[in-house]
Design a protein around this ligand. Structure first.
Ligand SMILES: [Zn+2]
Length: 665
């Protein structure tokens, strides 16, 4: 595992380079405009031999000083922060775009000289690199370097420029020409650091900009983005009747396989869509898919560091299976995120004594906010509340099974007790969708990892496996319209890199089938007599004590198993409507069932009286506990860490003026 290994050696290199900083002053960006210095372009300008070590392979041998940004000679150029950045760019950006950026940098720091005149690089080349590579800098929260400013230091064709990337492009064309096969998706089955993950997601969204975008749902304790990538034929918008689903990976920071599989999945979806794969195009055109590969990027870093230590042969007697078993599971406040959600399951059980109880849309008790709420949990709760999700899976590791709610036992003294939701049949069907499509999960002869799952064909009720409170799946089901299962991908929480491709093959069909499963059951729109959608109407299914509510425009989705169902729709201020439907066994698309409700004078429903109303449901962190709590934390120890990015120390080693132009904003 090569992750994070480049850091120590890079650090030494930087220290050596930085030690020589200092002596000659030259023009800092911005100074020029203030009249503090001038660029002595024509003073002693002369052609000289190429001498910068990082620029030896440019397609010219004669360069000119002063260079484009005013370094008067080789020593000044080499001591500048610009050159320092170029020498470490490969490591900082994890190799992303490093070749193009280096060649572009060389055309500025070591500009081409011909017949005693400086030849400037083309603006169009610079703009192309900027378009394709700015996401790499965004990935590490670094600003686009000022000396690669296309408008300032590059010129147009008319002014007589040259393309510093001409040779590079020619080499690339040869490389592409060697792929003579049918075009297909190319995915690198390696581990991704956080920076690599963010830049892969952003690059993928850029490549598929018409069907994809990234967005952040919040930050981890250490300030890392919880970055989501979305796929839909209309990214950024909910479309009437289009169901939404999500995948969440790496909630436990040391369970890393799901994180990788989700990164590969995003690349696969984008690329296959572009290549015309009909199945993927249909899926994306009819579904809004949200993927959060890492819910716990801080924990991931701890786990990755531990695995890096253990790749030391002295440690590695036991192989990978014992690596990363516990380190990094929790977030950096030592909170297990899958125990940190409001424990609504006990509230649900307490409702059983009422005759016509329902278990859905249970409000978050105010008391919850006075406990410690992790920022990762907070972000995901807000996300769940803000998007009308229908279906979800959270990917874990350590077993090979799909478990479904409830995770919390219905009996306080029984920690291995079958504790079904009212939607037991739907959940079984969903869990089976994943397990059956997996290469080995549903096979009873498959070795498990210690749990007893005799004859279950790879699925189990969570509480029957082992009971716990505060889990994310129970929260999804009891607080929102979303049905979530937990997928345990295998015994090895941190498999070796060689296992990543076989794991992708084992899980690919499951991941696709599960997304398609969001189209099971029925969907429709609830409207008033004037055709306006009714938000917050309730869809009840006879015999299932779990209601679904309509979204903003009155649309709803109700996952159901095949058979006869009786639906009742109610909304405050409207008459109720009842429909009987029959869902056939083989249906590839959700059945459409619309309702029109008549307005009636309001009469309170007696059954509503003991169930908290929607006003309580709308309350989210009513006392701003979370905000005051996190601000306290930051005040104590988080300020410095929050302010400067991790790579900042590399540039401030020798006490020289640091290149603030690398900081964003
Ligand atoms: Zn887990």
């Amino acid at each position: 595992m090569h992750r994070e290994h480049t850091m120590p050696s890079m650090f030494i290199l930087l220290s050596v380079l930085a030690a020589g900083f200092g002596a000659p002053r030259r023009c800092e960006p911005g100074d020029e405009a203030l009249g503090r210095c001038r660029i002595p372009e024509e003073e002693n300008a002369a052609c000289t031999d190429m001498a910068l070590a990082y620029c030896q392979d440019v397609p010219y041998s004669s360069i000119m000083f002063p260079n484009i940004i005013g370094h008067r000679n080789r020593v000044e150029a080499e001591l500048g922060a610009e050159y320092l950045l170029m020498s470490v760019m490969h490591g900082l950006l994890n190799g992303e775009c490093s070749e193009e950026l280096r060649l572009l940098g060389c055309s500025v720091l070591a500009p081409r000289c011909q017949a005693g005149r400086m030849l400037k690089p083309c603006r169009s080349s610079c703009e192309a690199v900027r378009k394709g590579c700015s996401h790499a800098f965004e990935g590490i929260e670094m600003a686009w370097p000022y000396f690669l400013d296309c408008d300032r230091f590059f010129v147009s064709d008319q002014e007589g420029c040259y393309d510093p990337l001409s040779q590079f492009k020619a080499r690339q064309q040869i490389a592409y020409a060697n792929f003579t096969d049918e075009p297909s998706t190319i995915i690198q089955f390696t581990y991704h650091t956080n920076a690599q993950m963010w830049s892969t997601l952003k690059r993928t969204a850029a490549k598929c900009a018409h069907i994809s975008r990234t967005y952040s749902i919040g930050r981890s304790v250490e300030g890392k983005d919880l970055l989501v990538i979305e796929f839909s034929n209309n990214p950024g918008e909910h479309e009437l009747l289009e169901p939404e689903m999500k995948y969440v990976g790496n909630m436990h920071g040391n369970e890393v396989l799901g994180r990788q599989l989700l990164i590969y999945l995003t690349e696969y979806l984008c690329s296959e869509y572009l290549l015309g794969n009909e199945r993927i195009q249909t899926l994306i055109n009819t579904t809004r898919i949200h993927i959060l590969p890492s819910m716990n990027p801080d924990g991931y870093e701890l786990a990755a560091a531990e695995v890096a230590d253990r790749s030391d042969p002295e440690f590695n007697q036991e192989g990978h299976i014992f690596n990363g078993w516990t380190s990094g599971r929790r977030n950096t406040q030592n909170i297990d995120l899958n125990r940190n959600f409001p424990a609504l399951t006990s509230v649900a059980y307490s409702r059983h004594r009422y005759r016509r109880f329902r278990v859905d849309h249970i409000p978050i008790p105010d008391s919850y906010w006075f406990g410690q709420v992790a920022p990762e949990t907070y972000a995901v709760m807000k996300w769940i509340r803000s998007v009308p999700f229908v279906l979800s899976a959270s990917l874990h590791g350590g077993e090979l099974v799909v478990s479904y709610p409830f995770d919390f036992s219905r009996h306080p003294q029984e920690d291995k007790m079958h504790s079904p939701t009212p939607d037991e049949q739907v959940f079984k069907q969903l869990a089976r969708t994943y397990a059956d499509a997996h290469a080995e999960m549903a096979n009873n002869n498959t070795d498990r990892c210690g749990g007893s799952f005799t004859n279950r064909r790879g699925i189990i009720n969570g509480a029957e496996w082992y009971s716990f409170a505060g889990g994310m799946a129970d929260f999804n089901y009891l607080h929102s319209n979303c049905f979530e299962v937990t997928v345990e991908l295998g015994c090895d929480k941190y498999p070796s890199e060689e296992a990543l491709y076989p794991e992708w093959k084992r899980n690919k069909e499951s991941l696709l089938s599960f997304m398609e499963a969001v189209h099971q059951g029925i969907k429709g729109v609830v409207r008033d007599q004037h055709g306006n959608g009714i938000k917050g109407a309730t869809i009840s299914v006879r015999g299932i004590r779990h209601d679904i509510t309509t979204a903003e425009d009155g649309d709803y989705w109700r996952m159901l198993t095949p058979g006869m169902h009786i639906l009742t729709v109610t909304a405050s201020g409207y008459s109720k409507a009842v429909k009987r439907i029959n869902l056939p066994r083989s249906m590839s698309r959700a059945g459409r069932v619309d309702f029109v409700l008549k307005k009636v004078p309001y009469e309170p429903d007696v059954d509503d009286l003991y169930i908290p109303g929607m006003e309580t449901y709308e309350r989210f962190d009513p006392y701003n506990q979370f905000q005051s709590y996190t601000q306290r934390e930051l005040g104590e120890n988080g300020e410095e860490r929050q302010e400067k990015p991790w790579w900042w120390a590399y540039f401030t080693q020798s006490g020289n003026s640091a290149p603030t132009w690398l900081l964003r904003n």
